[in-house]
Design a protein around this ligand. Structure first.
Ligand code: ATP
Ligand code: MG
Length: 749
């Protein structure tokens, strides 16, 4: 941060150097009409962060000038958020409402100077008279009122003698001003409403443009930071202070870009709608972009502050990728939290050649985390593994347990499948297995080759826990309304099984459930009888792939989906298909379920795999992209065939194109009906894997980002991901991500 200062810090340093101010005084001025969101975190970070960096002060000021929308519960939420982020507002919270008497006096002073008048036009005429950007405005005839008359009317407005809207107080500035905001802005309006702090004392309330600059002045603010949408209000800010002659040590306003994040709505009004509409469980629902929501979800303050630091301060608005925020929390937890074993969808395993019981010593932290600590993992004849970690008819590249392929139990032994037990419907209910006594992790002399290690728990000692799998609240990149909500933003698993030490030892509140993601003991619902864990974030970004498929389909409002209680039973045909897809094709539950339940999709899928034996990839594209096309083109013929989908997937399998490009090609096919191979050739979409072609692009990206390079060299290793992302972007997604990763890592060494 020290070499490259943002423009706000540059201004501050100049002002301190020139002696314009002796001390930096800032404020964070929210309106208490909702819970603060991640955009407010940025503002808090800027205002409090800058003040403390320059040994100044920052106040927390409730900008409570709108009596009908404000509430003490929001005041408390704002205080909580600022405190949780680690900032201190000093002795007391400030309130604009405490300045109402002073503000009134300033207004009277303006009237006496002939610089303000009581206008009695109605709202519509006020708007009409204001003119437009291309037409001058017209001053109201009431602007001719004498000072005495104005003083009298204003006093009576204050005393509650008039109805709402009957009069307003306006500044007398310039009805021809190019800046529309300067065309005699309204300073006060009549509002017969109860104020949560000022009570019923006031019948008039000041407008933002009048109250804000004066509150800043009253508090001795030096630098008043706000977001860009207030740029045009700056002229009024200056006019009010200058006209009142408040010149010495007066504050100045500076605007910075507001934070917006894709897949996220960032307006208290829209968030309030979700809360009131019941689409979420309150302001602190872990899917909400509120600070309370992130906190309950399990985000750490460090991750939020780090994010605010990374996005920086700019003068132009832009949208930040939500993946960057998710990256920050993953990155923070990676070096902090214990790794433990939890099974979300348990499949019973009986180890027939094991009798007795033992306790396996297992470290909580991997080698590269600078933390010590371990626990005992009970091991016995009866254990559970994740249902997805066994496959009777594995597709190519399946590395976990199969009838032919042994697998390692994480920290424990290697097991081999001996027999698969099924119920009458053909569902697998149990695996009979054998363990290899000489294969214990860390002391393995068995010589058996396995390709992966999976999580497991001992049946007797495992604890039942509820796991809430949270995902992004919206499936649309720029969400507008509740239509864009992601219906799968919450899945509740009632009966997950976790190793006992997590519950009995409570080594932390946050964990990595190995191979699943990061989780947090829910601060509200967790009890010893019913432990509840929230998913904070997955181990890697899985959204790049998922989003396209859901983006354009209209969504009903988000609802809780319970994983363990099926919604509608399948008929016999569907059940048979479903079992075949799971057991023979190796599809996951979700995809198998989508295909089996939809005849059009399953027959399309069957056709495609008859031309190419790549069931998992084909099933994925059929269940997502193809399904979406079918839905959107209801009735009309698709422009592509099952064989062409197979042709497309073959190019992915052969590594001619990346997954990402496959999506691009698919969009083209769906529109134009062209052959995938032809599209790839004419558009030049072949994946770039040649290091000599990728290298110069990396060099260019590095050269363009000296700041991030310096931060990386100074130990900020998380910026590796940033560089990889930039390179992929620069190649339009054509570069082979694996190779880019390797090359970037080499070059940054
Ligand atoms: P909302 O539209 O969500 O209600 P707001 O701007 O009306 O936001 P305020 O409570 O008035 O919210 O804002 C308090 C401070 O936080 C202001 O200085 C405002 O500029 C800043 N702020 C609000 N939203 C953002 C954002 N998305 N990014 C950065 N700063 C923000
Ligand atoms: Mg607002």
């Amino acid at each position: 941060m020290s070499e490259n200062k943002d423009f706000l810090r540059v201004i501050i340093e100049e002002d301190l150097k020139s002696g314009k101010y002796k001390e930096v005084v800032t404020r964070f001025p929210p309106e208490p009409n909702g819970f603060p969101h991640i955009g407010h975190a940025k503002s808090i970070y800027i205002n409090f962060g800058i003040a403390s960096e320059y040994n100044g002060r920052c106040y927390l000021r409730m900008d409570d000038t709108n009596p009908t929308k404000e509430d003490t519960k929001y005041v408390e939420a704002l205080k909580d958020a600022v405190k949780w982020l680690g900032f201190d507002w000093g002795n007391s919270v400030h309130f604009t409402s405490d300045y109402f008497p002073k503000l009134y006096d300033y207004a009277v002073e303006l009237i006496k100077m002939g610089k303000a008048y009581v206008d009695s036009l109605d709202e519509e005429d006020i708007r009409k008279y204001r003119g437009t950007v291309t037409e001058a405005g017209k001053r109201s005839k009431y602007s001719e009122r004498s000072i005495e008359e104005n003083l009298d009317l204003f006093l009576r407005m204050k005393n509650g003698e008039f109805k709402d809207g009957e009069h307003v107080l306006r500044a007398k500035i310039d009805m021809n001003a190019a800046n529309m905001k300067m065309r005699d802005p309204i300073l006060y309006r009549i509002r017969h409403a109860h104020h949560f702090r000022a009570g019923d004392r006031w019948s008039i309330y000041p407008m933002y443009d009048f109250a804000h600059c004066l509150s800043d002045y009253i508090e001795g603010i030096s630098h008043s930071f706000c977001t860009l949408e207030f740029e045009n209000n700056r002229d009024i800010y200056d006019w009010v202070l200058d006209t009142l002659g408040l010149k010495s040590q007066r504050p100045y306003q500076y605007e910075f870009a507001r934070l917006s994040i894709n897949y996220t709505v960032m307006s208290k009004r829209k968030l309030l709608e979700l809360v009131e509409g019941g689409q979420v469980d309150g302001w602190d629902d872990p899917r909400m972009p509120t600070i309370a929501g992130y906190r309950r979800r399990g985000y750490t303050r460090e991750s939020i502050l780090n994010f605010c630091d990374q996005i920086g301060i700019a003068k132009a608005n832009s949208t930040v990728d939500v993946a960057q925020l998710e990256f920050c929390i993953r990155d923070d937890l990676n070096t902090k939290v214990p790794r433990v074993l939890c099974v979300l969808d348990p499949l019973k395993i009986t180890i027939e050649n094991y009798e007795g019981h033992e306790e396996i010593d297992a470290p909580y932290y991997p080698h590269d985390v600078p933390k010590d600590g371990s626990r005992k993992l009970p091991f016995s004849r009866n254990i559970y593994i994740e249902r997805d970690d066994f496959n009777e008819n594995p597709p190519k590249g399946y590395f976990r347990l199969t009838p032919e392929q042994p697998v390692r139990l994480r920290h424990g032994y290697i097991i081999t499948c001996k027999k698969v037990i099924k119920d009458d419907n053909g569902n697998i209910v149990e695996i009979k297995a054998e363990y290899h006594p000489d294969s214990k992790s860390g002391d393995d002399t068995s010589g058996i080759k396995v390709k992966s290690a999976i999580q497991w728990v001992s049946a007797k000692e495992a604890k039942t826990v509820e796991v809430r799998l949270y995902d992004r609240l919206y499936s649309s990149e720029s969400p507008e309304s509740i239509e864009d909500l992601n219906p799968d933003s919450l899945k509740v698993i009632k009966n997950a099984l976790i190793e006992p030490a997590v519950i009995t030892e409570k080594p932390d509140e946050r964990f990595q459930f190995e191979r699943e993601g990061y989780f947090y003991a829910d601060p509200i619902d967790y009890t010893d009888e019913k432990p509840v864990f929230n998913k904070i974030v997955g181990l890697k970004d899985s959204w790049g792939k998922k989003t396209k498929a859901t983006q354009n389909t209209p969504k009903p409002q988000a609802k809780k989906v319970q994983v363990d209680g099926e919604v509608v039973a399948m008929n016999e045909v569907q059940k048979r298909l479903f079992n075949k897809y799971i057991n023979e094709h190796g599809l996951n539950n979700e995809v198998a379920n989508t295909l089996a339940r939809d005849e059009t999709l399953s027959s399309f899928y069957e056709k495609a795999i008859s031309s190419l034996n790549s069931p998992i990839s084909i099933a994925n594209i059929v269940a997502n992209e193809v399904a979406r096309e079918i839905k959107e083109n209801q009735g009309s013929q698709l422009k592509f065939s099952a064989a062409q989908i197979a042709e497309l997937i073959k190019m992915v399998d052969d590594e001619i194109i990346s997954n990402k490009i496959a999506k691009v090609v698919f969009e083209d096919m769906a529109k134009s009906g062209k052959n995938p191979t032809q599209i790839v050739e004419t558009k030049g979409l072949v994946q770039i894997s040649d290091p000599s072609k990728i290298s110069p692009i990396i060099d260019e990206v590095i050269a363009k980002n000296p700041d991030n390079l310096a931060k990386f060299k100074a130990g900020n290793s998380k910026l590796l991901g940033f560089f990889v992302g930039q390179v992929l972007k620069a190649t339009g997604g054509k570069a082979n991500p694996k190779i880019v990763n390797q090359l970037v890592a080499q070059k940054l060494k």
